[in-house]
Design a protein around this ligand. Structure first.
Ligand code: DGJ
Length: 704
């Protein structure tokens, strides 16, 4: 008995845990790895026990349990069929090395073992936590909740993310003043309205300053994130998988492991989080697989033709795309048997012979001859009632017997937890990949899971795992095929799906004004090379806005760039400008897709500025609303080396500067200037007078 102390460090961060009298560990310290912990540090953890509460107070440790007197939301909620529900876990043993620690806890009387794991990534300092419970009893264990991690928060300011179709990743700030604040997805996907990430930090933390913690739950099914102000004023954070009623029942000897919860800490606001998350995603989540694989510029057929596929038109679009510099031609929804609108055919993954009398090969050959690779849209998890698949197997869907199921986009979810269904869908997609030279699948998923029952039991958990298994199997048999995660736009975006996909379709909104906001917040957690970003038509299909080609192109240039729109309708001027912007993107994509992204602060909230720095730098300034000031203040570029010199050029000087400016600074006229990093950081870049809907792009070439 007594106090045991444990620590791990990595990536400049250190976590120190203590365990008193073999109780589950508590997080004593999370901060910089500088400085050695001292012998009495643990005593600082002691808290007064106020009057009116349980005699020994409430422990907010790494596994707060009701059975040990915690009255907030417990990290573990479970029961036995005979009604027992009080658990009291104790620390059994600890395994650790420098960056990884595993606490083994046990409650012999209740018959459970629990493992809490924490790891600090040695290069980025991102902490990864997960929990695993094992039923060592003789009867079933009903598990209602197990948090992947419980973190005591020392800040009350929170940033959650909200959204809807075509308006994903919108930040919502709030103070946690009392009780529980919960963000949940019960839709069987990460969702548009509650993506599985959040940030909390010191008062007024913003993009550049303040301590901030970014929490990301890597799970693509149902989830719950919670922040709770406890009755004694402390705040706790939990994140985990959300189960349907009775979904997680563990048989004797069975285990359940939570999704991984990745948390980064920053002392420089959300930019500091990005500085940790982007390299973490590149190295650990993607396993460096996109390094040395320049992201090909896409053409996607969806907004160009919707369901109206016809060969001559597609052949022509392919030619126009190639002439603009496109490198991958993606044939979206509408190519398969009987798919003339969104009411039929999902589930039948063979080519529609009316639209493609000779199959897809003539189109693919044409695309290849034009120097592009070919990608294909699929939605493997779904089926329409009006499909050969469901006519033959009406029982292959997730459904509750005898209940009328609400449909989403007229479709059902296939029960991938059944081996026969899994094998059929795997077989169909595998056959496509074998029959055709397909380098890319746009993997869509367009409805919420409502009656997600399989053989009478709730099944979102197993369905999500079956989806991962399906992707894993296809990837392992077809390692050259890249996959895009799409779910009515950005409805399935998380680090677990990203382990098996190469791009996330950020949003169905191609309006660059909306996109500036959507992409800005997406970019906190995801690097630009996985952020699908397309140049849409002048008149956006999902908003009533008309925007310039420049605004559309520069906005898309900062992601994995593509075009989505009927380029046959683009004017000659638009096409030639677009070809130039695609050329710029290709020239700079190494920088854009490897560099360090910083969201720059501007005093005018309608001016959204970004900088990506590798050796050279790109800076964009997008005026998304009418400017507040007659001239924008200079844009300071933080953290540049003062001794570095740059050749700075505005890539798109105004064509008619006299329209908005009586005098035009040399840089804004398009002259290249040689300037110091010190001056750029201190004095900043002059910006042109930008009207609402205009954007400026600067390139800074490092000279020394
Ligand atoms: C939803 C996607 O988000 C769109 O990009 C498009 O692929 C449609 N589905 C096709 O049905």
């Amino acid at each position: 008995m007594g106090t045991d102390r444990f620590q791990i460090s990595g990536g400049g961060e250190r976590l120190v845990f203590i365990s008193e009298d073999k109780a589950p560990p508590s997080l004593l310290y999370w901060g910089s790895a500088d400085g050695a912990p001292q012998i009495d540090d643990a005593l600082l953890h002691e808290r007064p026990v106020p009057q009116g509460q349980l005699d020994r107070g409430e422990r907010l440790d790494c596994l707060p349990e009701a059975g040990r007197g915690f009255t907030g939301h417990p990290a573990l909620i479970c029961h036995r069929a005979d009604g027992r529900f009080v658990t009291q876990l104790a620390l059994l043993s600890v395994d650790q090395d420098e960056t990884l620690i595993t606490f083994h806890l046990v409650d012999k009387a209740f018959g459970i073992e629990l493992r809490l794991t924490y790891q600090l990534d040695s290069s980025t300092g991102v902490m990864t936590a997960s929990s695993c419970i094992r039923n060592c009893g003789k009867d079933q264990l009903h598990l209602e909740w197990l948090s992947a991690a419980t973190i005591p928060a020392h800040h009350e300011e929170f940033l959650f993310f909200e959204g809807r179709w075509t308006r994903e990743f919108q930040p919502v700030r709030c103070r946690i003043e009392t009780g529980l604040t919960i963000k949940e997805s019960r839709s069987g996907r990460t969702s548009h309205h509650a993506p599985p990430f959040m940030i909390y930090g010191s008062h007024g933390f913003d993009e550049r300053q303040g301590e901030a913690y970014g929490v990301h739950l890597a799970w693509s099914g149902n989830h719950r994130l919670l922040a709770e102000r406890l009755r004694d004023g402390r705040i706790q954070i939990q994140a985990g998988e959300l189960f349907l009623p009775g979904e997680m029942i563990l048989a004797p000897a069975a285990s359940y492991e939570t999704p991984k919860c990745h948390v980064a800490r920053s002392t420089t606001g959300t930019n500091g989080l990005t500085a940790r998350f982007h390299p973490f995603v590149r190295e650990t989540i993607l396993g460096n697989r996109l390094v040395d694989r320049p992201r090909p510029v896409h053409f996607n057929t969806w907004e160009a033709i919707y369901f109206n596929h016809d060969m001559p038109r597609l052949m022509h679009l392919a030619e126009l795309s190639a002439a603009l510099g496109v490198e991958r031609f993606v044939l979206d929804d509408g190519w398969f048997k009987g798919r003339h609108d969104d009411t039929a055919a999902l589930g039948d993954w063979t080519v529609d012979r009316e639209k493609y009398p000779d199959g897809l090969i003539p189109l693919i050959n044409h695309v290849k001859k034009l120097g592009m690779t070919f990608g294909l849209w699929v939605e493997p998890e779904m089926a329409n009632a009006n499909s050969d698949l469901l006519r033959a197997h009406p029982d292959w869907i997730l459904a509750a017997d005898g209940r009328q199921q609400p449909l989403g986009r007229g479709q059902y979810v296939l029960d991938l937890t059944r081996p026969d269904v899994f094998d059929n869908i795997h077989g169909q997609i595998d056959a496509l990949l074998r029959a055709y030279d397909i380098g890319y699948l746009k993997w869509d998923m367009n409805r919420d899971l409502t009656h997600a029952a399989s053989r009478g039991r709730p099944a979102v958990h197993h369905q999500t795992q079956a989806l991962y298994a399906l992707m894993d199997r296809l990837r392992s048999d077809h390692p050259h095929v890249e996959i895009e995660s799409c779910s009515s736009g950005g409805g399935r975006a998380d680090y677990e799906i990203l382990k098996r996909t190469d791009r996330i379709w950020t949003s169905d909104c191609n309006d660059p004004i909306e996109r500036q906001h959507i992409q800005r917040h997406f970019s906190i957690f995801f690097p630009p090379e996985v952020m699908g970003a397309h140049v849409g038509p002048r008149h956006a299909h999902t908003t009533a806005r008309i925007t310039s080609l420049e605004m559309r192109a520069v906005t898309a240039l900062f992601g994995h760039m593509g075009i989505e729109g009927n380029i046959a309708d683009f004017s000659e001027g638009e096409k030639s400008q677009l070809a130039t912007w695609i050329g710029h993107h290709k020239k700079w994509r190494d920088l854009l897709h490897r560099g360090r992204l910083t969201r720059l602060a501007a005093e005018d909230k309608g001016l959204l500025c970004l900088m990506v720095e590798d050796r050279d730098i790109l800076v964009s300034a997008a005026q998304v609303e009418s400017p507040v000031y007659a001239t924008a203040p200079h844009l300071q570029l933080p953290d540049l080396q003062p001794t570095a010199n740059y050749r700075v050029q505005l890539i798109n000087p105004p064509r008619n500067p006299a329209l908005t400016m009586k005098q035009t600074p040399a840089l804004i006229k398009g002259n290249a200037l040689t300037v110091s990093g010190a001056q750029l950081a201190h004095g900043g870049l002059p910006l042109p007078v930008l009207r609402a809907g205009e954007i400026a792009l600067f390139h800074l070439q490092r000279l020394n």
